[in-house]
Design a protein around this ligand. Structure first.
Ligand code: AMP
Length: 249
């Protein structure tokens, strides 16, 4: 089974986002960028499937600027077989990403596409669902565990107060949640090996996809600054402050 894993290059999750002074977006100049954490989990899943013999070829795809190649190399160093880089300097909306991924699915014929449940930069959480709709494939979303037997795929996800188990048939889409696995670190020999693995260079135009945005960002603002705390003398003062200052009781 061929497995396709789309990965996004995003602001590293340890970096505190700074808003540009004109409020047009987050300042990404000279800050550490990494693979979206959910996508690392997807890559780990695909590599595990390859090690178990259920995946015969694993392809990592990223749509983004020239530097997205580094993100693809990270996936290759973790064990993926080859990459596809669709180069664009625009931060595409989920529908445009899903349309490009659909064209790649049609060209590559994977039986399974594993995406992150969301990209942590803009938190759309929409691409997997849109790709499933465009392909008319079933989707197991926010997977906590997944198991493949022939063309039967069982996906378990956390729901309010418990677990939900669903069964679907491949070809299918899965989106990954944090508890699915613990992504590996790439070893130095594997980082060296990854340099030789092939990456196809493409553009959105190669897939005939119109990537024009449908949303206009009006402004991006930082969350309000937290005020310093105070110490109260006793419970009565705490209740008084909660009632008369914070207005929460
Ligand atoms: P989102 O819908 O933007 O929250 O993203 C959900 C998932 O879609 C991500 O975890 C990736 O697997 C995939 N994805 C989103 N944007 C891109 C991109 N530019 N390149 C490759 N995959 C992407």
């Amino acid at each position: 089974m061929k497995v396709l894993v789309p990965v996004k290059r995003v602001l590293d999750y340890n970096v505190k986002a700074k808003v540009k002074s004109d409020q047009s977006g987050v300042d990404l100049a000279n800050v550490k960028m990494s693979m979206n954490p959910f996508d690392e989990i997807s890559v780990e899943q695909a590599v595990k499937m390859q090690e178990a013999g259920t995946a015969t070829e694993t392809v990592v795809v990223s749509i983004g600027p020239a530097k997205a190649q580094e993100t693809i190399r990270t996936g290759l160093a973790m064990g993926m077989d080859r990459g596809i880089h669709v180069q664009t300097d625009d931060d595409l909306e989920p529908l445009a990403v899903a349309k490009i991924l659909k064209a790649i699915c049609e060209a590559e014929g994977p039986e399974l596409v594993i995406l992150g449940k969301q990209a942590i930069d803009n938190d759309y959480g929409a691409t997997g669902g849109m790709l499933a709709a465009l392909m008319d494939w079933p989707i197991g979303s926010a997977a906590n565990s997944m198991e493949l037997s022939g063309s039967d795929l069982t996906v378990v996800k956390e729901v309010d107060g418990g677990l939900q188990t669903v069964k679907l048939q491949t070809p299918a889409i899965v989106t990954t949640d944090l508890r699915l696995n613990e992504p590996r670190y790439a070893s130095l020999p594997n980082i060296m090996k990854a340099k030789k693995k092939p990456i196809d260079a493409k553009t959105p135009a190669d897939y005939g996809v119109d990537t024009a945005p449908r949303l206009k960002t009006l402004k991006v603002t930082e969350p309000p600054k937290r005020e310093a705390g105070i110490k109260v003398e006793d419970a009565a003062q705490l209740v008084d402050k909660l009632k008369n200052e914070a207005g929460v009781i």
